[in-house]
Design a protein around this ligand. Structure first.
Ligand code: TRP
Length: 333
């Protein structure tokens, strides 16, 4: 991957959490794919972040490979972008340690995700969970990223990354580029199909509330059929119609149609027809991704070739930054 055209560099990563939801796809991954022409994209499977909560070894291993294959299947093109596995690149752990020493206990204590996760995993409030943002800062700063597309939940972590980088640069001179948040032009906020006031989440106990990218077509259709709506029976975008609004924004994200176009298309039709149409377009969108995913998973050798090639380049880029930082600190290198 060359940077000769001086495209801006985008960096993002996703944890291998077992399944990606339709919300992950429409809200983030679809954007990752779209950004590849305009930017130099560096993407990673953030497996080191995932062990801040306890993982079953067999499942964890499977999840990492599946996440990698699924990202490829979604359309990450290795001719244009890098897609590597975080734990394969030792510079991440190394810079994370260094950054820990330039990060204050007080500022990490203020992270809302740390507070939330401490409540959720009260029996395992480990130091990694606390230091999670400095690992994320290392991910970003090692590649001198210009832009980081992050959702609302990661905004604070990007802010602290900028603070840590500026602090380090303030002491040693320009070592790290200060990254900006990338606010996507498109990107739907997909809500739960059962409680459309809440974000779609795979940790929701009600499996009908979320669609997985790898759900079978009949399951997807069924989940949309069961989606909560309202009693007005008119397909229109309006306040108080959270369920229909959510279905409309999903339909719009998939088809590119505007709300007015959707309202016209379903004028005089009931919710049954609309839900069936949303389910079908989602199935049509996901089927080719699922097929490619199955092909990749059946060819582990190909997957290995892909990540090895990317790992090598990621190591090369990141080592330059790590060495620079270490030299400035005074390490003998
Ligand atoms: N913490 C992010 C999440 O859980 C994943 C992540 C790890 C990340 N490193 C990153 C995102 C670097 C952006 C940039 O969603």
């Amino acid at each position: 991957m060359e940077n000769t055209e001086k495209k801006k560099r985008i960096l993002s990563a996703i944890q291998p959490s077992g399944t990606f939801t339709l919300g992950n796809y429409l809200g983030a991954l679809k954007n990752w794919i779209a950004l590849q022409d305009e930017y130099e994209c560096v993407y990673a499977v953030a497996d080191l972040h995932a062990i801040t909560v306890r993982q079953d070894p067999t499942k964890f291993k499977k999840n990492i490979l599946e996440a990698y294959a699924l990202l490829l299947a979604c359309g990450i093109d290795l001719e244009k972008s890098l897609l590597f596995i975080q734990s394969h690149i030792h510079t991440h752990s190394e810079l994370a340690w260094i950054l820990n020493c330039y990060t204050q206990f007080g500022e990490l204590s203020r992270m809302t995700q740390f507070k939330d996760k401490s409540l959720k995993h009260a029996d395992n409030i480990n130091v990694g969970l606390f230091a999670y943002p400095s690992l994320m800062a290392a991910d970003i700063l090692l590649y001198q990223a210009d832009l980081v597309p992050v959702g609302e939940d990661q905004r604070q972590h990007l802010e602290i990354t900028r603070d840590i980088a500026a602090r380090f640069n303030g002491i040693y001179g320009e070592v790290f580029k200060i990254p900006e948040a990338y606010i996507p032009k498109i990107g739907a906020r997909v809500m739960s199909l059962q409680d459309p006031t809440k974000k779609m989440s795979k940790s929701d106990e009600n499996i009908n509330s979320w669609v997985a990218v790898l759900d079978k077509p009949d399951v997807i259709i069924k989940k949309f059929k069961r989606a909560v709506t309202d009693s007005e029976a008119v397909v229109r975008y309006a306040e108080g119609k959270d369920g229909i609004n959510n279905l409309m924004s999903i339909y719009s994200a998939v088809t590119g149609k505007t709300n007015e176009e959707i309202e016209r298309e379903f004028d005089g039709k009931g919710y049954g027809d609309f839900k069936a149409a949303v389910g079908e377009t989602v199935v049509d969108m996901l089927t080719p991704i699922q097929n490619r995913f199955n092909e990749y998973m059946a060819d582990k050798q190909y997957l290995e070739e892909c990540y090895k090639k990317c790992d090598e380049q990621a190591l090369y880029i990141s080592q330059k930054t790590l060495k620079k930082a270490m030299k400035k600190i005074g390490f003998v290198i």
